[in-house]
Every structure is written in C-alpha cells, then in structure tokens.
Design a protein around this ligand. Structure first.
Ligand code: PRP
Ligand code: URA
Length: 205
C-alpha cells in the first residue's frame, strides 16, 4: 500500500531536503518540485474521455481528463506546502484543510481547524509531508471518512514504518504515496534519518 517514488530526481530532491544546511527558501522550492512528482504519481488512475479537436493540420480525437474534480486537503501547517503543485497542474481542484498540531510531549495530535467542501462521492487527496507516528494522518482520515468521499489517497514526502502501520491498521483502503520510506522514529517521535521538523524548516520557525 506504499507507493514509493522511483526517480533519480526524487532521490536528489529528498537528499537536499534532508540536508540541515538547506535554507527555508530553497526548502520550499524543493518541496514544491517533489510534490509535483508525487502529484503525477498519485493520479495515474484518473479517468479520461475522448475529445474531438482539430490540430492545425487535421481533425484528431484525443483524451482529456474526465470531469471528476479532485479535492486536496492539506494537514496544516506543513501540508500547505504541498497544495500549490496540485493547483498548478489540475484544472478542477478544490481545497479543504485540517489543522492538527502534535503535542511536543506526547506526540498526540490536537485538532484546531477543519473546513471541507462537500466530499460525498468525490476523490480526495490528503497531503502532509511527514508521516511519523501516523497519529495526525489517522485523525485527518477519520474526519474525512465521515463525509463519505468515493476515494482517499495520502501523499507525503517522508514516511516512517510506524506511520504506515498506523494508517494501514485503521484505514487499510487508503494508499500512501511517498518519496522516501525511512528507518524508524526516535524517542521524541521524529523520523530517522528524516529531515527534522518540516514545518519549522519550511517557515524558518
Ligand atoms: C508534523 C507533520 C505532520 C505530523 C506528523 O506536523 O506535518 O502533520 O507532524 O507526525 P505524526 O505522524 O506523528 O502525527 P506538526 O504537528 O509538527 O505541525 P506543523 O505542521 O504545524 O509544524
Ligand atoms: N513531524 C516532523 O515535521 N518531522 C518529524 O520527523 C516527525 C513529525
């Protein structure tokens, strides 16, 4: 259920994201570029329909995306960095948001915001760069599932085995798309080797 990006460019970008000397401005650009690759990978199964057009030389029937608007739901704050790539490449995209924050002592997520467009029967992509214990992703998926979307996918940049197991245990039908599957969590529930606190590195906090 984990789809790992297999592309030299993805490996290159992840290494620079991990590098502690990478500054926030570069970090944001790299996160954007990597999410573009993930967005393409996570939407391979989008339906298409025929469209008759005319090229400058002759009539032609090609394929265009079938009308099936995507809904992207970032887990705030860090997930915001992964929204723009979806907006930039998909014509009909709507956005929701879930605000979750991990408690620094317990690593349990606390929900502080939620706003969804109608999700019933729609295709939802949840974006959050870090899947550590999986607590945040599981809580977000619980909230989204209640709205009965047709399909949910989780797209992240770095996943830990613990987070993958937590999502699989509670949301077994939700595929995970990631750029890296790391080794383990440390005692403070940070991913190793990881890249540190994504939100802090993104926003320089
Ligand atoms: C980070 C990250 C995930 C969560 C992952 O967010 O963006 O949402 O931690 O950890 P988990 O799998 O153990 O739940 P954080 O709570 O640091 O908030 P932020 O995005 O506002 O920085
Ligand atoms: N959140 C992060 O930003 N990084 C981690 O390693 C774990 C949770």
């Amino acid at each position: 259920m984990v789809h790992l990006l297999q592309h030299p460019l993805a490996a290159h970008i992840v290494t620079h994201l991990r590098d502690r000397t990478t500054k926030p401005a570069t970090f944001r650009t790299l996160a954007y570029q990597l999410t573009l690759l993930l967005a393409v990978e996570a939407t391979r199964d989008l339906g298409t329909e025929p469209r008759a057009i005319e090229t400058p030389l002759e009539p032609f029937t090609g394929q265009v995306l079938a009308h099936q608007p995507l809904i992207v739901i970032p887990i705030l704050r860090a997930g915001l960095s992964m929204v723009q790539p979806f907006v930039d490449i998909f014509p009909d995209v709507a956005m929701g948001a879930v605000g979750l924050e991990r408690d620094h002592e317990t690593a349990r997520p606390r929900s502080y915001y939620q706003k969804f467009p109608p999700l019933g029967g729609r295709r939802v992509i949840v974006v959050d760069p870090m899947l550590a214990t999986g607590g945040s992703a599981v809580l977000a998926l619980d909230l989204i599932r209640k709205e009965r979307p047709a399909d949910i996918k989780l797209v992240c940049i770095v996943a830990a085995p613990e987070g993958v197991a937590a999502v699989a245990a509670r949301h077994s039908g939700v595929p995970i798309y990631a750029a890296a599957l790391d080794r383990e969590l440390n005692a403070r529930k940070y991913i190793l080797p990881g890249l540190g606190d994504f939100g802090d590195r993104l926003y320089g906090t």
